[in-house]
Design a protein around this ligand. Structure first.
Ligand SMILES: Cc1ncc(COP(=O)(O)O)c(C=O)c1O
Length: 396
């Protein structure tokens, strides 16, 4: 048989999806599974977006420009303007999800064996995208004890080598829910200027910020105009994960021209989904206010329920809809599988994401899980109760 590439063999499987066969078996066994493992919100997509594709006037479902339709990019620029980010539509490339924006960014700025520094735990697919681009992830550890705050500047500087090309942050963070302060962004700006690096910020959760905190984008830092690359997406903002629309944003013209060549190679982002996403920009502010209120409510419920369980440590998220919880177990991978295979309370169990896959340092996060609070309040309470009962049995 022809052989598979080494890159293909080394490509990490999604830590979230690898438990799926066990969940499927649990359904076959008649169990109800509460999904605390995925980032698919249960929030309704805004009607304006859905209506736009129900009644469109297209005769041919054609390609759009590789960088996305001009009308849509102009509206995106206007959305950013309202958020105090001053970019032109030419600074934006529409991509097939934030995922493709990340791939284009990596491909445009890094060669094989180049290094990217990422505070960990981080969005697990950064590992996969890095492997696909033959680049090396250099993690800098942020700790649950510090609520996952940005590690000290010296920690970053220790890791910078001649191969370092970029620092990547996720703000607000998946999986930590951490929100970087303006001061932290400014510290990062100083490092990237000093060492002439790119700063990539994955800001796909920018609308989900709680407790009156305000969000500060790397694009608001004029001093890093040529260093800053922003990743964005409609997936979570409008609960439109299936649209597959994201954007790459930068005021560095050379970078955008380079990324555009990657965009040209794949021809066009999806046309109908751009129509839906353009309409989504008309979503009233009340939608976001309601959604945020719902997430704050769920977060508060989740955290207070988790804190009642002996031996569980949790950092309170300030944004996004995830948190990392440390459990009184040695191996959360084994525990997560056991929950699906061997445990239930009255025919119900939970699926969680073991957090080790959100780290690239081997052996770190083994006793942690990531929980997504994408379930309604009563399901969350039931799910955490199942976790509590499960820990008692698992540890006995
Ligand atoms: C932090 C982060 N970045 C990027 C993505 C990619 O999202 P999409 O490709 O759906 O835009 C996700 C999806 O969960 C995410 O959590």
């Amino acid at each position: 048989m022809p052989s598979i590439s080494k890159k293909g063999l080394d490509m990490p499987a999604s830590p979230i999806r690898k438990l799926v066969p066990y969940a499927e078996q649990a359904y076959k066994d008649g169990k109800t599974v509460y999904h605390l493992n995925i980032g698919q919100p249960d929030i309704k997509t805004p009607e304006v977006a859905l209506d736009a594709v129900k009644v469109h006037s297209l005769d041919i479902l054609a390609y759009t420009r590789s960088e996305g339709s001009e009308g849509y990019r102009k509206k995106i620029a206007a959305y950013y303007e309202k958020n105090d980010i001053h970019v032109n539509h030419d600074d934006i490339i529409v991509t097939t999800g934030g995922s493709e924006a990340l791939m284009f960014a990596f491909g445009s700025i890094m060669d094989p064996d180049d290094e990217i520094i990422i505070p960990e735990p981080f969005y697990a697919n950064y590992n996969g995208f890095s492997k696909a681009s033959d680049i090396k992830v250099v993690p800098v550890i942020s700790k649950i004890e510090d609520n996952f705050a940005l590690p000290a500047i010296e920690e970053f500087e220790k890791l910078i080598t001649p191969k370092t090309k970029a620092i990547l942050i996720c703000n607000p963070g998946n999986p930590t829910g951490y929100l970087y302060s303006k001061e932290e962004i400014q510290k990062l700006a100083q490092i990237v200027i000093k060492h002439d690096l790119f700063l990539i910020a994955d800001e796909v959760y920018r609308e989900f910020v709680y407790d009156g905190n305000s969000f500060y984008s790397i694009m608001q830092e004029d001093s890093i105009k040529d260093h800053a690359i922003m990743i964005d997406s409609v997936s979570k903002r409008y609960s439109m994960c299936g649209a597959r629309i994201g954007y790459l944003v930068s005021r560095n013209k050379t970078f955008i021209q380079t990324a555009l060549k990657f965009a040209q190679a794949r021809l066009s982002p999806p046309t109908l989904a751009q129509i839906a996403s353009e309409a989504a920009l008309n979503t009233p502010q009340s939608y976001f206010d309601d959604v945020n209120e719902e997430y704050v409510h769920r977060r508060n419920t989740l955290i207070s329920e988790l804190e009642k369980i002996e031996g569980v440590k949790v950092a309170k998220p300030k944004g996004a809809f995830y948190c990392i919880a440390e459990l009184p177990v040695e191996n959360a991978d084994d525990f997560a599988q056991w929950l699906l295979e061997k445990f239930d309370v009255d025919g119900e169990t939970v699926m969680v994401a073991p957090a080790a896959g959100f780290y690239s340092t081997p052996g770190v996060g083994l006793n942690q899980i990531r929980i997504a609070y994408v379930l309604n309040e009563s399901s969350l309470i039931k799910a955490v109760n199942i976790l509590k009962e499960a820990l008692k049995v698992y540890n006995s």
